[in-house]
Design a protein around this ligand. Structure first.
Ligand code: ZN
Length: 203
């Protein structure tokens, strides 16, 4: 399986990182080795002094697809969840400055947390989902999928032009504002409405 991530998909987050609003979705990949085993903590890697959490709504692909038209996108996933795209922000800034690929900052071992899944059929509208992240019980990210620049169905159409989607692939749909640094012994919890879908300790 592969993990396809969307960058710069919420205007408020683009502003907080001082990035330009893209004309098309920004895509990058994480390998399967980036996934954190459930029940394991997030271990701060030695190569970074500034690891950020990015809470994102994620979807799991349930059928093979290529060149998917937007009107059919909804048939390609039936589970929605939350994930954290852990990012070595210091390294990423350095790579961006030099025009280099982001993988070392975004795709390292342990950079991907995938939480529990909810059936898509439990939602009236996937483009109106409230989600939030707490750090040590304080809300640090709080948003709604209606604020995405490119909505889930548009992302599936766009991504499948470049990458064949396979069963089990996961799409990270971008983070809203409120990203920040993790510190030793932090606890992060992610919620859709009031359902806790993920919880992780930082070590
Ligand atoms: Zn992200």
């Amino acid at each position: 399986m592969k993990i396809i991530c969307v960058g710069r998909n919420y205007v408020d987050h683009i502003k907080e990182l001082d990035n330009n609003k893209p004309k098309e979705p920004v895509l990058f990949l994480k390998p399967q080795t980036a996934i954190i085993n459930k029940k394991q903590p997030f271990f701060i890697p030695s190569f970074s002094n500034e690891i950020h959490y990015e809470l994102e709504v994620i979807i799991k692909i349930n059928r093979l697809g290529k060149f998917i038209q937007r009107k059919f996108s909804h048939k390609y996933y039936d589970e929605i969840g939350l994930g954290i795209d852990f990012t070595a922000r210091d390294l990423q800034l350095e790579l961006k400055k030099n025009g280099l690929p982001w993988e070392k900052a975004k795709a390292f071992d342990g950079s991907c947390l995938i939480g529990n899944w909810i059936k898509k059929s439990d939602f009236n509208n996937v483009d109106d989902i409230n989600f939030k992240l707490t750090k040590n019980e304080e809300i640090v990210q709080n948003s709604n999928t209606s604020l995405m620049l490119w909505k889930i169905d548009e992302l599936i159409e766009y991504i499948s032009k470049f990458f064949t989607l396979k069963i089990g692939d996961v799409i990270f749909t971008g983070t809203p504002s409120g990203v920040g640094k993790v510190n030793l012994n932090d606890n992060l919890k992610g919620y859709i409405n009031d359902n806790e879908l993920l919880s992780i300790n930082v070590k």
